[in-house]
Design a protein around this ligand. Structure first.
Ligand code: FE2
Ligand code: FE2
Length: 321
């Protein structure tokens, strides 16, 4: 058995009037019911996966690393396959976190339309857990959760304001997932994986919409003290996971994929020094997709959580210009 427990905070709210009060959320609930799919039957699982077509989900720099180029083609494919399983494990754990957080949202959100919608997202996330788990088995094995992701999900699970749970999950985590799935779709030629990503990102787009619609409605209604706390929570949540050259400066670089490197015959120290030198070049880093800059920050801005009080902090670490 492999599990751990944490104590969470939920303030469950019963709602006794059932009429629609946020029409766009009720409409989204209707869309969600219509667009349900079945992870067991709507993915062409009967097709085999050719490892050379999966693509290296980590190879987001346009120019491949020297330590990768030095490997034989066969080893490069093995590296890509296993590194992809490593990255997808992160998504798999993230999907479980999303499923549990949405379960909380059903309880804590104060509006009936928002409760109904959140209930559909629980089954969406269950489907995502199912497909990612199943697909990872084709590549390698499930790797442990990354500490930064666990910290973010636990911060959301234990947050005391329902708006924090909604912003942490629906605005930050969901837009990161959307951005990453889009990038992965550009990289892979595996038909099974393409279908997984297409169907999953269709759901995630709806999840992001929920966050935007609901938070645009809810944030202006908050008192100043809670709104400030929410802004600070968003900043903390972003820094638990985001990475930019400015944020990495002075930190010791530990590659979570050391085990994989060693197995395929790469010296992890050599790999680390090449990765660090690339990462510390702000120009090269800008050429690499960064879902925090491109997706999460703009969404926070859209719902009014980037203010004169907080914008400087985001600038300093390179999450906005
Ligand atoms: Fe998901
Ligand atoms: Fe989602």
């Amino acid at each position: 058995m492999n599990f751990e427990t944490i104590d969470t905070t939920v303030k469950t709210l019963w709602r006794y009037d059932y009429d629609t009060n946020i029409k766009p959320l009720r409409d989204l609930y209707e869309v969600a019911k219509r667009e349900q799919w079945n992870a067991a039957t709507d993915i062409p699982w009967e097709l085999e996966t050719d490892p050379s077509q999966v693509g290296d989900m980590n190879a987001t720099f346009s120019e491949p690393y020297d330590f990768v180029k030095a490997l034989s083609t066969e080893k490069q494919i093995e590296l890509a396959r296993r590194r992809s399983a490593h990255l997808l494990s992160t998504f798999l754990h993230g999907e479980q976190g999303a499923m549990m957080i949405c379960g909380q949202l059903v309880e804590v959100v104060p509006d009936m339309d928002a409760k109904l919608y959140a209930s559909t997202q629980v089954i969406d996330e269950a489907r995502h857990v199912e497909v990612f788990h199943r697909y990872i088995q084709r590549l390698d094995k499930v790797y442990p959760i990354m500490p930064g992701l666990k910290a973010l999900l636990n911060a959301v699970l234990t947050a005391d304001l329902w708006q924090m749970k909604c912003v942490g999950m629906q605005i930050i985590a969901e837009s990161l997932a959307m951005g990453s799935f889009k990038t992965m779709l550009k990289i892979t030629n595996d038909e099974v994986f393409r279908k997984v990503l297409e169907l999953t990102s269709q759901d995630e787009a709806r999840h992001v919409s929920y966050g935007l619609i609901y938070m645009k409605d809810a944030i202006p209604k908050m008192n100043e003290r809670d709104r400030d706390r929410l802004e600070d929570f968003a900043w903390t949540a972003m820094t638990l996971l985001a990475s930019t050259p400015q944020m990495e400066k002075g930190k010791e670089y530990v590659d979570p994929m050391e085990e994989i490197y060693t197995d395929v015959g790469i010296d992890p120290k050599k790999a680390a020094s090449e990765i660090i030198s690339r990462m510390s070049d702000p120009e090269a880093a800008k050429a690499q997709p960064n879902p925090f800059r491109e997706y999460a920050f703009p969404q926070l801005n859209r719902v009014g959580l980037i203010t004169d009080r907080t914008i400087e902090k985001y600038r300093e670490v390179g999450l906005t210009d």
